[in-house]
Structure formats: C-alpha cells, structure tokens
Design a protein around this ligand. Structure first.
Ligand SMILES: Nc1ncnc2c1ncn2[C@@H]1O[C@H](COP(=O)(O)OP(=O)(O)OP(=O)(O)O)[C@@H](O)[C@H]1O
Length: 423
C-alpha cells in the first residue's frame, strides 16, 4: 500500500525538517563512487492504479538523464518516489549507495533536491525566503542561517536569475518566474543529485535554454540530474541518456540518438514522427504527426530539394518504406532519406544523372508499390529540376503506379494519394 509519506506537498519534497538532526549523517560520509541514483524494480500505485511498474533507473555522476513519455506515463511518480515523497509498493531506491528507506529525511535532502512542477506554496513568502528553504537540511535545531547559507542562497538566486524579484512574494511572480525560484531553492540545497519535473514547461526560450545549460553544467561538474521533460528536442540536445517511460514502464533507455527514433515515438506516444537532425546542434529533432493509420507501402520518391525532403519525411513518418532517387549528394531530400533510413540513389553534385544511377533508381522503383513524383523545380534557377525530369521517364516505365503531387502537397493529401494509388 503506498501513499504520500513525504512532506505535506512537493514544494518542500526533499527539504528536511530542521529538527531532524543527528550525528553521523550518512550524507556526510565520503561517497562510495557508485551511481548517485539506483532504482530497482520500482512499483508505485495509487489504489488500483499502478502508476509505475518495475522501473529500473541508474544515474551515474556526471550524467543528465531525460525522462520522457506521454501524459500519465509515471514520470512524476517515479521522481517523487526517488525523493521519498511517495512510498514504493515494491522495489528499492538507493541514493549514493544507501537505501532511502534507511536514510532520514534530512539525509535524503542532502543527497537529492527536486524542482517540482507546482510550487504548492500559497503562503505569502518572499522569494528569498523560499530559496532559503533549500538550506534547511544544513541547519541545526536552533540554528539560523549563517554566512555559508547566505552565500549558497545568493549564488543559487544568481544562477537561476531570480535576484531581481528576491523581495517579492512568491504569490506575486509569474508562473515562469516561480519555476525559476524553485530551481534556485533546489540549487541552494547543494545536493549531488537534482530532480527536475518539467523544468522548462513555463519558461520562455531564453530561460528554458539557460535552465538546461545550467543543469548540463551541474552534471558536467560531476553531479547528476534527472529531468522529466516533454520537449524531445531539448531532451536530445542536453541529456546524456533518455529514458522513455510509458504506461508506468521503461520502454527504452540509452543515448538520445539511439533511443529517439520514429518507432520509439510511435510506441510510447502513439504518434507518427520523423526524426531528423537539428542542423544547428546535430542532435535528434523530432517532428510528430497525428496517427494516420495508413497501410504501409513501398514508395519510391522522385524529386529533389526541400519539397521532396518533406515528402520523404511525411511518408516515412506514416510508416511507408521509402526510397529516393536520383538526387545529388547532400541534397535536402537525400539528407531526409538518410535520417529516415530510406534507400537513396545519389550522384556527385553537378554530375547529372547517368545511366548507372538511373538503372539503380529504376531498380528501387520497380520494387515499389508506387512512385511519387514531386512537382516543382527543386530550387533550380531555370525552373526545371534536371534530376526529376531525367529520372521520370525511366522510372515511370519501371513502376506500375505513378502519382504526381504538387511541391506544396499537404501531408494528408500526400498520404491519401498514396493510399488511393495502391488501394
Ligand atoms: N495522487 C494520485 N492519485 C491517484 N492517481 C494518481 C495520483 N498521481 C498520479 N496518479 C496517476 O498515476 C499515473 C502517473 O501519473 P504521473 O503524474 O506520474 O504521470 P506523468 O508521466 O508525470 O504525467 P504528465 O506528463 O502528465 O505530468 C497517471 O495515471 C495518474 O493519473
């Protein structure tokens, strides 16, 4: 039987009561050098609802782990079980080697700090006071804050960019500002591990990136962080590892480039996706589409440039086994095809279409249920795309069905055209 056993609300989760003192805190012992967080076979339920089932999660020092998954997947529940705010039905959570069940609230709060989704704070506390709560695990029963505490609070407020409204009430700041106050409170706690529940959800782009950079730096300093995060691109960009959780279970766990693919997105989120590469960061970029429920076909695409790239991406996301060609190496469509693991026939830039490449593309087309010819000029200055024009006749002869789509074809129209042609 589980339930809320931690502090009254998540606003103070992981922040121990000041009177929970005691000599020889395990938190003060030198670290054993193993993982900072080790979760084994964790199961947490709310009445009949099993929110988290048999979850394993290990987080080493120097690591930022992204917890991704659909609404209700169990991310928050898992994070709250790690802080001890929720009691597990089964399984074991260890912080820096020690089972949380054997640690006092104060010891837990010295090892892990959390940034919850909601503040849970309805009192009229000044922002600085809220950040000072992060120092609670270091205070003795009768202690006030000393210079060390004040320095930690100042540093945390500066890092989270909340000094400007330090004297304002927590009830009188915006949602995004409040989220940064909670980040500052967790930073002031100076723990080896940070847990963040949707840390960028209410933040503008500037503060979202600043927050992720900050968390990345914390991990690079040899600490560890787990962030539940809905923005898959942001997760891929900053996290060392992504753990995909759905239906309370871990579906995948590994480096972003290994874990974030179209199949994983379909499996966890029940959405179609094209996973490309962000040209600015080189990390996976996920574009989700609603489920189209089309039957999978072999589709060969003829065309070049961004329009053909878009066609390849949408077809691949819908689950069609796609091929492409002939296109010049480095063409936008060739890049999309590579990201979609589609077969592609390329020729060197400016080489033009030769007999050999045409034969190879025709072979791919012959193997397809349908060829899709993408209209438009592919960006060529004379208004004609030589690759498309040169490929078309030969490929049209190789494949039974050919559909021509305009360069600006909408995704649904494209999928409908393929479905109609192959019905
Ligand atoms: N206090 C509670 N009482 C009953 N059920 C709960 C409670 N908290 C969470 N749940 C249920 O447990 C499951 C997991 O919820 P959880 O909040 O962990 O999901 P999540 O992955 O964090 O979702 P989101 O992305 O929407 O924040 C859901 O089915 C949710 O409805």
């Amino acid at each position: 039987m589980s339930g809320d056993v931690g502090p009254a609300d998540d606003a103070t989760a992981g922040v121990a009561a000041a009177d929970d003192t005691g000599d020889g805190d395990a938190a003060d012992r030198p670290s054993a050098g193993g993982p900072l967080v080790a979760v084994r076979d964790l199961t947490v339920s709310f009445g009949d609802i099993e929110a988290v089932s048999g979850v394993d999660l290990t987080v080493e020092r120097g690591t930022l782990v992204g917890l991704v998954g659909p609404n209700g997947a169990g991310k928050t529940t898992a994070l709250r079980a790690i802080t001890g705010a929720l009691e597990a039905d089964e399984g074991d959570v260890r912080l820096d080697g020690d089972p949380t069940s054997e640690l006092s609230a104060r010891e837990v709060a010295r090892r892990v700090a959390s940034v919850p989704q909601e503040t849970g704070l309805s009192f009229d506390f000044p922002v600085r006071h809220v950040v000072e709560m992060g120092r609670t695990p270091y205070l003795g029963r009768f202690d006030g804050h000393d210079a060390e505490d004040a320095a930690a609070v100042d540093e945390a407020m500066a890092a989270a960019g909340v000094e400007r409204f330090a004297d304002r009430s927590i009830t009188e700041v915006s949602g995004g500002e409040r989220q940064r106050v909670l980040l500052a409170r967790a930073l002031a706690q100076e723990t080896p591990t940070l847990l963040l529940d949707e840390p960028t959800a209410s933040l503008d782009v500037n503060h979202a990136v600043a927050t992720m950079e900050l968390v990345r730096d914390i991990a690079d300093d040899g600490r560890a962080a787990i962030a539940a995060i809905h923005d898959l691109d942001m997760a891929a960009r900053y996290c060392d590892r992504i753990v995909v959780i759905a239906g309370g279970r871990v579906r995948a766990d590994g480096p972003p480039a290994d874990v974030l693919d179209a199949a994983a997105v379909r499996d966890a989120f029940d959405a179609e996706a094209f996973v490309g590469r962000n040209p600015a960061t080189g990390t996976p970029a996920v574009t989700a589409f609603p489920r189209s429920e089309v039957d999978s076909r072999r589709v060969h695409v003829v065309g070049t440039g961004p329009d053909a790239a878009r066609v390849v991406a949408r077809l691949a996301a819908a689950g069609h086994e796609t091929s492409l060609g002939v296109v010049p190496e480095g063409d936008a469509a060739a890049v999309a095809a590579a990201d979609a693991s589609a077969r592609v026939v390329t020729v060197p830039p400016f080489a033009g279409v030769d007999d050999e490449s045409l034969a190879a593309a025709s072979e791919l087309a012959a193997d397809a249920d349908v060829a899709v010819v993408v209209g438009g000029d592919g960006g060529y200055s004379d208004g004609t795309d030589p690759y498309r024009m040169d490929s078309c006749d030969r490929i049209a002869g190789a494949v039974e069905r050919v559909v021509e789509v305009p360069s600006d074809v909408a995704g649904e129209d494209l999928l409908a055209a393929v479905a109609d042609a192959t019905a």
